[in-house]
Design a protein around this ligand. Structure first.
Ligand SMILES: C[S@@+](CC[C@H](N)C(=O)[O-])C[C@H]1O[C@@H](n2cnc3c(N)ncnc32)[C@H](O)[C@@H]1O
Length: 269
């Protein structure tokens, strides 16, 4: 699974930095309400390098987290990060979501962010997670949706560069447009009381901090990260890709605008 040639966010140093930037930039927008019942036992599934763990664990000091990921490399890094941040309410374990070694109905809550978009059968993953959730326990899922990206000035090359990421993710069994599907996915996996809350990032000249932190360091950095693979798989030629990146940067200059929507879904067992 730790195949560096495959497109799965979180495995290169470049992606590690980007995921940390993304988590910090979006902390309020995505996590202002990530506070669960005190004393809960929480499964964080697909924690990666712990970029979200370091936001949600301190917000839920009186709960305990079991944060798992299939990648041993990411788990080691997450442990190191947690040690330097001194989180006492988290244990990290290398575990596959599709092969959970926990008893039925063990957890009070399950949290996952930017994970289902990489899993070929997200309903199956949700059903496996549901098994280890207590009756009336809840699940929180955060995903992006690449198709929600809109910007000004418009550019065919920028759209084509963005599409490369979508195609690479699809080739690896993932779905870059999964955000809009969270409600049906949760429903089909048997969750009840489903609520979806879209969280839009909209950036223009009035907010230079977000231009840097989101448009440039989160979004454009993510698209740049697929250049090599997209070109080597002949999805695009290098000149077109570079023009696409230049045009995306143009949206982060005077007069440009940029928007992307994340989706946060909650369901009850
Ligand atoms: C984009 S990263 C997100 C990491 C973290 N949740 C965050 O938001 O920063 C996706 C993570 O899902 C993990 N993952 C993918 N499939 C998995 C599986 N079947 N079981 C456990 N983890 C998985 C990957 O190893 C990767 O660390």
């Amino acid at each position: 699974m730790d195949n560096l040639n495959k497109y799965i966010h979180g495995y290169s140093d470049y992606e590690t930095n980007r995921l940390n930037n993304q988590a910090e930039t979006l902390a309020d927008l995505l996590h202002h309400d990530s506070v669960w019942d005190e004393g809960s036992i929480i499964l964080e599934a697909g924690c990666g390098i712990g970029a979200q763990t370091k936001i949600v664990a301190p917000k839920n000091k009186n709960s305990s987290f079991v944060s798992i990921d299939i990648s041993s490399e990411s788990i080691n890094q997450a442990r190191t990060n947690a040690d330097s941040n001194r989180f006492e309410n988290v244990v990290f374990k290398q575990i596959d979501i599709l092969d959970l070694p926990f008893a039925d109905e063990y957890f009070d809550h399950i949290f996952l962010s930017f994970v289902l978009e990489h899993i070929p059968n997200p309903i199956q993953a949700l059903v496996k997670l549901k098994r280890v959730l207590k009756k009336k326990g809840t699940i929180t899922i955060i995903e992006g949706d690449l198709g929600s990206t809109i910007f000004h000035p418009d550019s065919e090359e920028a759209k084509k560069a963005i599409q490369c990421q979508s195609k690479l993710q699809e080739q690896n069994g993932g779905d870059a447009n999964i955000g809009r599907k969270l409600h049906p996915l949760l429903y089909l996996a048997g969750f009840k009381e489903i609520k979806i809350s879209p969280r839009q990032v909209y950036v223009d000249d009035s907010n230079p901090k977000w231009v840097e932190a989101f448009t440039k360091n989160t979004f454009i950095a993510m698209i740049k990260g697929v250049l090599k693979e997209a070109v080597s798989k002949n999805l695009i030629n290098i000149e077109e890709f570079e023009k696409g990146i230049k045009d995306l940067n143009r949206t982060a200059e005077g007069g440009g605008t940029f928007s992307f929507t994340f989706f946060k879904g909650i369901g009850t067992k």
